[in-house]
Design a protein around this ligand. Structure first.
Ligand code: HEC
Length: 105
């Protein structure tokens, strides 16, 4: 096989791998528990309920689900916002409950 062909094949393989990862990630988010939604969307910046960007704004000891959901929807201060396509209202509620239950002071 010519080198060019091999290159093309590898590129195609890479595209297939990347798109299947993306697809499975979104399928995952659609039917997940609070913990899974957290892992998929939040844990990069909030590992173990912390905050890698703003160490003073952790998720520990939060008590108001409405405030958590508002933060998810509007983001700000370096945090992206998540719309209902990314995290449904039901998932946002589950996520807030997971955070309050899991990350205590
Ligand atoms: C790119 C990094 C990033 C991601 C991803 C991220 N956050 Fe944040 N989050 C932040 C930053 C930075 C702040 C502090 C914002 C500020 O100071 O106004 C914050 C603040 C918060 C707060 C307020 C904490 C407090 O002390 O009042 C909550 C709640 C929160 N994030 C929840 C989430 C949830 C739930 C997700 C996933 C759906 C998420 N975050 C994803 C960076 C992120």
């Amino acid at each position: 096989m010519k080198k060019e062909m091999i290159m093309k094949k590898n590129t195609l393989m890479a595209i297939v791998v990347v798109s299947s990862v993306v697809l499975s990630a979104s399928a995952f988010a659609a039917t997940s528990t609070g913990g899974e939604i957290f892992k998929a969307n939040c844990s990069v910046c909030h590992p173990h309920g912390g905050n890698v960007m703003r160490p003073d704004r952790t998720l520990k000891g939060l008590k108001d689900p409405g405030k958590i959901i508002k933060q998810i929807r509007s983001g700000g201060g370096g945090m992206p916002s998540f719309d209902t396509k990314t995290i449904s209202d039901a998932d946002a509620k589950r996520l807030a409950e997971y955070i309050m239950k899991t990350f205590k002071k």
